[in-house]
Write a protein that binds this ligand. Structure first.
Ligand code: UDX
Length: 431
């Protein structure tokens, strides 16, 4: 089946390439000419493990192409996925202007039936707004709208697409349901969850809000362990053995970041408020996560006996999580800024995110960058681990002369580190 994917950002690109891998003929559209040129040359504008190789494979199989010409891209396809950005507005609500602009263009440029699918994360009720706008734009246009939210994690996006726990589609008629059954025919049919559009839109926000809540919860349990002497690793492991709880997303750290959780929990609060529903639990998740970065900075400051100014701080990790170069809402970036504002001399390392961070941290003259992790640690008064890159766990610790370590991702075993002579601090460890 020919499928049009509008928006070649993180979601659109991964979805388009994976749809092509499933055997569909994909045309990805973007207004950014340079991005399209890059993609047509086989280059990937984002860091996502395995995506470049998969792109080469589907390009060689002539299953995917990239264009800025939406009319051409719509010709011959009955499904158009809208995968454009839904950035956060000042009030925290999701900015739908790009989604609605794409829907309008589809209405203006289509000359045959289209199933218009929002894949971008959109507030409940967006499907109805898309439908209304398309009808007003082209009253004769034969179309349906649907929702097909994605549950892709950065750094694991291909795996998440190809081995989904579930595929959620919100439809308004049987024809749409049959089209999705064909699109996702390669997956076991029981994976396809068909519901109405509003419910599909809510499932995405509810899932992300719950995952964010789970992270905030384990972070607060870490605080409790720190205060009482409890063992956070054993607590998390034992909780996770309860199948009702599950062992994922129970790793304490400096708080959740990324382009999704922080934005999505504000968006659900916003549209719930518009519906006069008070999601008090999620408000507390926002405040718990917001203050966590300050908590981490206080932790580092305490290890330095309250003296951050002029101390050399090796910061291991800038990305919001491992296996990505993405620094959007990264706790590591916030912590770097706060330590720099306290006068610390930061030497920052990351395996992928240094280039993105240089732009973000340019105003801080006391933040430097180092591609070599051992060089970054040289003569440091303290090492702060802020991103859970597995590579940090494989470091040759005999080369690390710095004794103070603030491991904000609990990558190491406290007893082993102490036996090696480190003054090792971690999240949930009794100080
Ligand atoms: C998330 C959702 O997982 C995904 O389903 C959705 O489609 C998009 O948003 P992503 O933002 O890529 O994916 O990252 P995720 O792996 O969920 O991590 C989010 C943040 O939580 C990161 O900062 C990560 O470091 C942190 N995290 C995650 C923890 O602090 N502890 C955990 O146990 C897991």
């Amino acid at each position: 089946m020919k499928i049009t994917v509008i928006g070649s950002g993180y979601v659109g690109l991964v979805s388009g390439i994976c749809f092509a891998k499933l055997g569909h003929e994909i045309v990805c559209v973007d207004k950014d000419e340079s991005k399209i040129t890059k993609l047509n040359s086989g280059a990937i504008p984002i860091f996502e493990p395995g995506l470049k190789e998969l792109l080469s494979e589907v390009v060689a199989a002539k299953k995917i192409s990239f264009t800025t010409n939406l009319k051409e891209a719509l010709n011959g396809s009955i499904t158009a996925f809208i995968a454009v950005g839904t950035p956060q507005d000042e009030d925290g609500s999701a900015d739908l202007s790009y989604v609605l602009a794409a829907a309008k263009e589809i209405a203006e440029l289509s000359d045959s039936y289209k199933l218009i699918v929002t894949k971008s994360t959109v507030p409940a009720g967006t499907g109805a707004k898309v439908k209304k706008l398309v009808k007003e734009t082209n009253p004769q246009f034969d179309f349906a709208v649907a929702s097909n939210p994605e549950f892709l994690r950065e750094g694991a996006a291909i795996e998440d697409f190809m081995t989904p726990d579930r595929i959620v589609v919100g439809v308004e008629d049987k024809k749409s349901e049959q089209i999705f059954a064909e699109i996702y025919a390669k997956f076991p049919s029981e994976k396809l969850i068909v519901t109405d559009i509003i419910t599909a839109e809510l499932i995405k926000y509810a899932s992300n809000s719950f995952l964010a809540t789970k992270i905030a919860f384990i972070n607060e349990m870490a605080d409790l362990c720190e205060a009482t002497g409890g063992n956070i690793k054993e607590l998390s492991h034992s909780m996770g053995l309860d199948l009702r709880i599950g062992d994922k997303f129970l790793n304490p750290g400096p708080g959740f970041g990324g382009s999704c959780f922080p934005k999505d929990i504000l968006a659900i609060l916003n549209f719930a408020k518009e519906a006069d529903v008070n999601l008090s639990l999620i408000y507390s998740v926002v405040s718990s996560n917001d203050k966590r970065k300050d908590q981490m900075v206080e932790k580092v400051s305490a290890i330095l006996d309250g003296e951050v100014a002029n101390k050399k701080i090796a910061l291991f990790g800038l990305a919001f999580k491992a296996n990505t170069d993405d620094i959007r809402y990264s706790p590591a970036i916030t912590i770097a800024k706060k330590l720099a504002q306290k006068g610390g001399k930061i030497i920052a390392h990351d395996y992928e995110a240094i280039e993105n961070s240089k732009r973000e941290l340019a105003e801080f003259k006391n933040i430097e960058f180092c591609e070599d992790v051992y060089e970054a640690a040289k003569d440091a008064d303290i090492i702060v681990i802020a991103t859970e890159w597995k590579e940090y766990q494989k470091l040759d610790l005999s080369k690390i002369k710095t004794r103070k370590i603030a491991d904000l991702r609990n990558l190491f075993d406290a007893k082993k580190m102490k036996d090696l002579g480190f003054e090792y601090h971690y999240v949930g460890g009794k100080e």
